[in-house]
Design a protein around this ligand. Structure first.
Ligand SMILES: Cc1cc2nc3c(=O)[nH]c(=O)nc-3n(C[C@H](O)[C@H](O)[C@H](O)COP(=O)(O)OP(=O)(O)OC[C@H]3O[C@@H](n4cnc5c(N)ncnc54)[C@H](O)[C@@H]3O)c2cc1C
Length: 164
């Protein structure tokens, strides 16, 4: 292979990979919050169309509470991710903050999509509905790019390394 084709520094491939992990992890967090919001929006529309016992399921208090919980959790998480993206753009996003954003947002996506499936009833289990597909897609998010457990290990190591 000609020298001109060398990417980065010879013998430093692993280091280069490590340097880009925060970018990969914040990208997954951004995708996670976008997917959670999309699932929430599909569900919000669905529950006010779907009627059970003569009225939209969106008029049931439980449905509104679940929507309220999801929207609050999405908005709070979105604010944090926006802050991380600004830090990334400024070259200041740490590996630990990227790990926090990745595990939190991907676990939130799973929780939100699961509740959205529940509010869709039986239709939520059908691939014809985007929410059914979103349920399957959400499952990988806490695995690739480093599992939730490994993210917590990175954060935990940093906490343990701090002077008391
Ligand atoms: C669709 C998909 C695409 C992928 N794309 C890529 C890619 O492009 N490039 C790439 O390099 N990799 C890729 N991966 C691999 C992915 O990063 C790994 O699957 C992931 O990091 C988990 O590693 P593992 O599968 O070896 O699981 P394991 O390490 O075997 O983990 C099994 C279980 O043990 C837990 N565990 C492992 N270590 C610890 C620990 N120290 N403390 C606590 N718990 C622990 C895990 O959290 C998990 O629950 C992809 C995976 C998938 C599913």
């Amino acid at each position: 292979m000609p020298d001109a084709n060398l990417l980065g520094t010879e013998g430093k491939g692993f280091v280069h990979l490590m340097e880009h992990l925060p970018l990969e992890r914040i990208s997954i967090a951004v995708a996670a919050i976008a997917a959670a919001r999309a699932a929430y929006e599909w569900t919000r529309e669905y529950v006010f169309e779907r009627k059970a016992f003569g009225k939209p399921v969106g008029d049931l208090q439980n449905t509104r509470f679940v929507l309220a919980e999801m929207l609050t959790e999405i908005e709070v998480t979105q604010s944090h991710i926006d802050r991380c993206v600004l830090a990334l753009n400024a070259g200041e996003l740490t590996a630990v903050d990227a790990a926090k954003a990745k595990w939190w947002a991907s676990e939130l996506q799973k929780r939100v999509v699961d509740r959205c499936v529940q509010l869709h009833g039986g239709y939520g289990f059908m691939m014809e509905y985007p929410i059914g597909r979103a349920f399957v897609d959400s499952r990988v998010q806490t695995l690739y790019g480093g599992t939730t457990e490994v993210m917590k290990e990175i954060i935990g190591r940093d906490i343990a390394a701090r002077p008391a």
